[in-house]
Design a protein around this ligand. Structure first.
Ligand code: SAH
Ligand code: SF4
Length: 352
């Protein structure tokens, strides 16, 4: 009775209602208004996936809610645990679609990597998700519940609190703008999970118009841009999204973002053999970073089975990093986690 929405019913996603709207529904139905607060807490603060679990409500009220609403939740269908303790999770959505998330634990923290869309239509050639095409956007509830599930997992498996969130799973978050922002707002809200925005990072392929919108909306979370090449032709070759948005436009949008929010953007740079890992590539990258404050993450590529793309050799990797550091840039190196279970960003493709 209390299961998720089936395709034919016309119940409403209750996560789309604010507290006042829940209150008016209750009053209209002859229920006590103060119950709205309890319901709201069950939805966001100690989130449950069904009305049945809202144990401080009467059976009748739970039934009434279930007749009129559904909770856009998700369930863990499958889990793979890596030797290094990284856990890849397949989430089954109400309509049967699958997305993946990853929990990356370390000594004193745990990071949740979550998805924003089922698939992605931007087609970066090195990315497994890009090969799927786009099935649909995730709702804000589905995005939120990935955090909730990974938070529970961190606590159950490793006795860790969730400290960081990265939107680096499947999909392009800026093409599902409203739902992503709504979900992140609730993640950091007092009414929600109370996680600091400073511990949340949204990663984007770099869409100038949407980056300006983030700046205008004065977001407080971190922004990471998957650059992977600062050469116009090269970037357009393996990242088709670059054909519609030049690197110059991207830079202009990032300068705008920096001015409006005061935030330093992070560039992600995946090193792929023979493609973007030469010292000439590094020089172009360093030049691109010159006009505004940035942080740089240099990342190991994870094989996805496409023979055209390979991880750079250690020598090339190190030479690239040393060159970037010699230009007085803030450089971090990100080695892969969960490679034995294909749990790294960009390898998430809902293989089932
Ligand atoms: N669409 C967004 C966020 C999801 S992809 C974006 O592109 O930023 C998250 C990150 O994984 C991106 O930096 C992407 O370039 C990277 N990625 C894609 N394929 C990868 C792979 N095979 N190995 C390592 N990182 C990969
Ligand atoms: Fe989409 Fe990001 Fe993969 Fe590119 S790297 S195809 S934008 S998910």
């Amino acid at each position: 009775m209390f299961n998720g929405k089936d395709m034919k019913d016309n119940r409403i996603d209750i996560l789309g209602l604010n507290l006042e709207e829940i209150k008016s529904f209750l009053v209209k139905m002859g229920e006590k208004a103060f119950r709205a607060k309890q319901i709201y807490e069950w939805l966001w603060k100690k989130p449950v996936g069904s009305f049945e679990e809202m144990t401080n409500l009467s059976k009748d009220l739970r039934y009434l809610l279930n007749e009129n609403f559904f909770i856009q939740s998700i369930r863990i269908e499958d889990m793979q645990i890596s030797k290094d303790k990284t856990i890849k999770v397949a989430f089954r959505l109400n309509d049967g679609a699958l997305v993946e998330g990853v929990l990356i634990p370390s000594e004193d923290r745990a990071t949740a990597c979550i998805s924003s869309q089922v698939g992605c239509n931007l087609g970066c050639e090195f990315c497994a998700t890009g090969k799927l095409g786009l099935k649909r956007n995730l709702s804000h509830g589905e995005i939120y519940h990935q955090v909730v599930e990974l938070m529970k997992l961190a606590s159950e498996k490793y006795n860790l609190s969730l400290t960081n969130i990265v939107l680096m799973g499947m999909g392009e978050p800026l093409l599902n703008y409203d739902n992503v922002l709504k979900a992140l707002e609730m993640v950091s809200s007092e009414d929600g999970l109370r996680m600091s925005s400073q511990r949340i990072t949204l990663s984007t392929v770099g869409l100038p118009r949407m980056i300006k919108k983030l700046a205008d909306d004065k977001v407080k979370f971190n922004l990471a841009v998957s650059l992977h090449s600062a050469n116009e032709l090269k970037r357009s070759e393996f990242m088709p999204a670059n054909r519609r948005n030049s690197l110059a436009e991207l830079k202009e949008a990032l300068i705008y973002f920096n001015e409006k929010t005061g935030q330093r953007v992070t560039f992600e740079y995946l090193l792929m053999e023979g493609l973007n890992d030469s010292l000439k590539d590094a020089a172009e990258f360093a030049e691109y970073c010159k006009s505004f404050p940035v942080k740089i993450n240099i990342i190991e590529y994870n094989s996805t089975g496409d023979a055209r793309f390979k991880r750079s050799s250690n020598e090339k990797f190190n030479a690239f990093v040393i060159f970037m550091k010699s230009k007085n840039l803030v450089v971090n190196v990100r080695r892969s986690r969960g490679t034995d279970i294909a749990a790294a960003c960009g390898q998430l493709a809902g293989k089932k």
